[in-house]
Design a protein around this ligand. Structure first.
Ligand code: ATP
Ligand code: MG
Length: 180
């Protein structure tokens, strides 16, 4: 048995609804395929196909090595990968707390390696994916239009999600949580 798993910071309802309202009030039309607000999260480590032993090892490692204290996360405005003039992923950035998020991602990376996953070769950029865009478009104007998202969020756990890929997009199920 193997599941498609990833580790992430979940949004609380206040920030989830607050962000949807923030974008709505500004009449922001997201280009491409917007991610549904219910799916919004901050990925720490994508694991992919994971068997039960690997899952348990990852959780055990996090229990033992995740020594970050609960902290407050703030956001910036929107940005894009690989660059705003040719955006394929539109995201909301992280401001305050990004150092703690990096530390968490680093521990998640070690947890993955200890469970036998290949090391991630790309650097970690904390972000909340708002839209996936093919073919790429410029989002320079949109970045100006959106501005800074003002809400803050207390982070006190890592969430292990199972991703179900379907014809209507992915849906995520909470499998476990590790408290900070
Ligand atoms: P879909 O793939 O149908 O567009 P999704 O990307 O939301 O949906 P998953 O592919 O299961 O669903 O990904 C779950 C999370 O892990 C998302 O935040 C995604 O961006 C991230 N992710 C997926 N694949 C990778 C990868 N190879 N490296 C890093 N992050 C990944
Ligand atoms: Mg994907």
């Amino acid at each position: 048995m193997s599941d498609r798993l990833f580790l992430a910071v979940a949004l609380n309802d206040e920030v989830r609804h607050g962000l949807a309202a923030f974008l709505g009030e500004r009449a922001i039309r997201l280009p491409g395929r917007p991610t549904p607000p219910n799916n919004w999260h901050l990925t720490l480590r994508f694991l992919g196909s994971t068997d039960a032993l690997q899952r348990d090892r990852v959780l055990e490692f996090l229990d033992e090595h995740l020594i970050v204290q609960p902290f407050t996360l703030g956001f910036t405005g929107v940005g894009a990968f690989p660059k705003p003039s040719r955006a394929t992923v539109l995201w909301l950035g992280v401001g305050r707390g990004s150092g703690d998020l990096m530390t968490m991602a680093n521990v998640c990376e070690h947890a993955a390696i200890s469970a036998g996953f290949e090391a991630e070769d790309r650097p970690f950029h904390p972000h909340l994916t708002l839209s996936r865009i093919r073919p790429p478009v410029s989002v320079d104007g949109l970045i100006e239009q959106v501005g800074t998202f003002p809400l803050k969020m207390d982070v006190d756990r890592v969430t292990l999600y199972r991703s179900h890929l379907g014809r209507d997009g992915a849906s995520y199920e909470v499998i476990d949580e590790v408290l900070l």
